[in-house]
Design a protein around this ligand. Structure first.
Ligand code: MG
Ligand code: MG
Length: 272
């Protein structure tokens, strides 16, 4: 059952989403060759707690850390460890926060120093597919419209769209109805309704769409060990249109990047 949020609840969810956004911005400043994913995990936990929230993933389904840290061929759900990042890596960071009874949940794939051009292209297209999907999250559309948009965009670039892992409704639970696959058929699935909040999160592989789970019960990697990217935003349906609750602006601020990709999904410019 889809849980519709009131205007007040959406504002609380915006607060939780922005706590994650700010935390990702803090991490962006620290990501460089030599730092370990466990060090980054500590920075994230501190940032979330300093903002009066609780790490959303820590203990959720018994996950052991604050961040899901998935380098290179890992798709999602990687566990932070003591291995230093090296130049040329990519690292997908998924972060959750709980405040006022509502979750924020969003993700970004970072480059560590200089990366290969074909990997750069994977990140670019995956992030673009996130916005292609968000654009389809509007009144009278259905779950399949978002999935189709993402799948079509990514497959047209020759990439593999992971089937086993999907986006989701978001609220007082991390995973609410509906499931939001990154593949689908136009006009199929549940209809979008005003006041819905969803996490849209393409997980896109450079090669095969197929994945495997590690013995640790968490880590998911591509079957061909080629790189995978993951970008995620929290989005509310307001006045029939998608409105971003989360933002990559803190990341871009840290990295010195100018971007207008989020402008169409905001009523007013965001002040950092
Ligand atoms: Mg997430
Ligand atoms: Mg999610």
């Amino acid at each position: 059952m889809i849980k519709i949020k009131t205007k007040e609840e959406i504002e609380l969810m915006r607060e939780s989403a922005l706590i994650v956004s700010k935390t990702l911005g803090e991490l962006a400043k620290e990501i460089k060759p030599g730092i370990t994913t466990l060090q980054l995990d500590k920075i994230a936990e501190e940032s979330i707690r300093d903002q009066g929230a609780i790490p959303g993933f820590l203990g959720l389904y018994d996950f052991p850390n604050t961040l899901c840290m998935s380098p290179n061929e890992q798709v999602v759900h990687g566990i932070p460890n003591n291995t230093p990042l090296v130049e040329g890596d990519i690292i997908s960071i998924d972060c959750g926060a709980l405040k006022n009874g509502f979750y924020g949940d969003h993700a970004y794939t970072f480059a560590v120093g200089e990366i290969a051009p074909e990997t750069e292209q994977l990140l670019k297209i995956t992030k673009e597919s996130l916005y292609v999907g968000i654009r389809a999250f509007k009144a009278n559309n259905r779950v399949g419209d978002v999935g189709f948009a993402i799948q079509n965009y990514c497959e047209s670039h020759g990439y593999g769209v992971v089937r086993e892992l999907v986006g989701h409704g978001l609220g007082s639970k991390m995973h609410e109805d509906p499931e939001m696959p990154n593949y689908g058929r136009r006009g199929r699935g549940k209809k979008f309704v005003e006041g819905m909040v969803v996490a849209i999160e393409p997980m896109i592989n450079m090669g095969t769409q197929r994945i495997r789970q590690h013995k640790d019960g968490w880590t998911i990697t591509t079957l061909d060990n080629k790189p995978s990217a993951h970008f995620e935003h929290d989005v509310a349906l307001v006045d029939g249109k998608p409105e971003l609750l989360s933002t990559f602006a803190y990341i871009y601020d840290a990295l010195g990047i100018t971007s207008h990709e989020e402008d169409e999904f905001r009523k007013a410019p965001l002040t950092l």
